[in-house]
Design a binder for this molecule. Structure first.
Ligand SMILES: Cc1ncc(COP(=O)(O)O)c(C=O)c1O
Length: 430
């Protein structure tokens, strides 16, 4: 008799199952975990020191003192999310979109397990395998992984020197697609519109307005998928651009706006939200969400609702803005000491969690590159920028996250990075 218990069994996977591959970043992170001595500028984690432990303790205490509320929030909640939380978040978007004339309705907003779930639901209900979504270059690399997993083709949009979509060139792309009929396959444009991951770039209102006009002209069923995960994580001033929900030319398109309460408060609470101006699309997403989890954790939503309504959330967020500004400055200052002379370049972001570094003379920084090996040898780790480009088309960028390391650790990480850059520079010169 054989003992079959430990034998690996072959499952008969679906096309979707077969398409999945382990994520590059998970592989890289596993490598980092094997080396605890390494300082990671890779993880998009948030600041650990300042996590709102006391707030959450107080809120849980307040909830548990109210018998009815405690029991209600420990029970399943509605699939769409808690009413008061949804109303608050709807007004919050409207407040960010100062002077907006668009009247946002809480019925069009629902709560998700982080904005990551929102992105997945959005693509899953919009696209079949073989459809296309236009993406900025660079873009959020986990969004590219969603597309790969669902068999959706990412189409890189032409970009100009300022990091904006080049609308003149995009027009020619649409003209060609309209001629050969492939425009029908284009289902959406995905924008990371505020202090983007990875570039730190924000999209101006003019660009959004012109993009809306272009899409309406060619095919007004193409959706605008606006990912505003970092919108509230500015350091000193909010970015002035309104969201696509409040921009005239975009109002004739299906628009989905998603953001999150993870980055600006506590990532472990994992609550995000979606506002969608197409009721049909919203209903489809809610139906799939119902099949997946029939609602985001009710207790976690209750905590965040109290944090928001009591003002704790905004107090914490304003503290976080200062923390990330200082961390960004610390990393920038220390890297600048050596890297600028070696020909590296980057823009100083006004919000978000990342520096987006460009290496000199096209020096490759991918996970198999000499530079990556030199960094690992010197004990520092980053996200290779090629992951943020369709087909890994650009190989000379690095995403350096300053979210989780302390200022001292960031200085040490920058020292190590500088040493690696200097050693590779010397090797090239010899
Ligand atoms: C651009 C962007 N969108 C969405 C997410 C998803 O975040 P969460 O699921 O925590 O809301 C992230 C996380 O890093 C991100 O960088």
């Amino acid at each position: 008799m054989f003992d079959l218990r430990h034998q690996e069994m072959k499952a008969n996977l679906s096309q979707l199952g077969l398409r999945q591959k382990s994520s590059d970043i998970t592989r890289l992170m596993a490598l980092a975990f094997q080396r605890p001595d390494i300082l990671s500028l890779a993880a998009g984690f948030t600041d650990s020191e300042s996590l709102p432990v006391e707030d959450v303790r107080e809120i849980v205490q307040e909830i548990s003192c109210l018998e009815t509320e405690a029991k209600a929030s420990l029970q399943y909640g509605p699939n769409i999310g808690r009413d008061a939380l949804r109303s608050h978040l709807t007004s919050r978007i409207a407040n960010c979109d100062l002077d907006s004339e668009a009247e946002l309705q809480p019925d069009r907003l629902f709560i998700t397990n982080g904005s990551q779930q929102a992105l997945y639901l959005a693509v899953q209900t919009l696209c079949d395998a073989g459809d296309c979504i236009l993406v900025e270059q660079p873009t959020y690399f986990v969004f590219l992984e969603i597309l790969q997993g669902l068999g959706v083709e990412p189409i890189p949009m032409p970009m100009d020197d300022r990091g904006d979509v080049d609308l003149d060139v995009l027009r020619t792309v649409f003209e060609k697609a309209a001629l050969d009929g492939s425009i029908e396959k284009i289902k959406a444009v995905y924008l990371v519109s505020y202090f983007a991951n990875p570039s730190g770039h924000s999209i101006s209102e003019e660009v959004k307005q012109a993009l809306g006009e272009l899409l309406t002209e060619f095919n007004s069923s193409i959706a605008l998928l606006e990912d505003a995960a970092y919108r509230e994580l500015y350091y000193e001033e909010a970015h002035p651009a309104k969201s696509a929900l409040s921009i005239d030319s975009c109002c004739d398109l299906p628009v989905l706006y998603t953001s999150t309460l993870t980055k600006p408060y506590a990532s472990g609470l994992k609550v995000g939200y979606v506002y969608c101006n197409s009721d049909e699309w919203r209903d489809a997403m809610l139906a799939v969400k119902g099949q997946q989890d029939f609602g985001t954790s009710h207790f976690t939503q209750a905590i965040l609702e109290r944090a928001l309504l009591s003002g704790r959330f905004d107090r914490h967020l304003s503290e976080l803005r200062g923390i990330y500004n200082r961390k960004m400055q610390a990393l920038h200052r220390c890297l600048a000491r050596s890297l600028l002379d070696l020909g590296w370049s980057w823009a100083i972001p006004e919000g978000g969690l990342y520096l987006w570094l460009r290496s000199p003379n096209g020096l490759p920084t991918g996970s198999e590159s000499e530079f990556h090996k030199a960094c690992l040898d010197s004990g520092v780790f980053y996200v290779p920028g090629d992951l943020c480009f369709v087909n890994n088309a650009q190989i000379d960028y690095i995403r350096a996250s300053f979210g989780v390391l302390s200022e001292n650790q960031l200085e040490e990480a920058a020292e190590r990075f500088n040493r690696a850059a200097a050693s590779v520079d010397r090797a090239i010169a010899n």
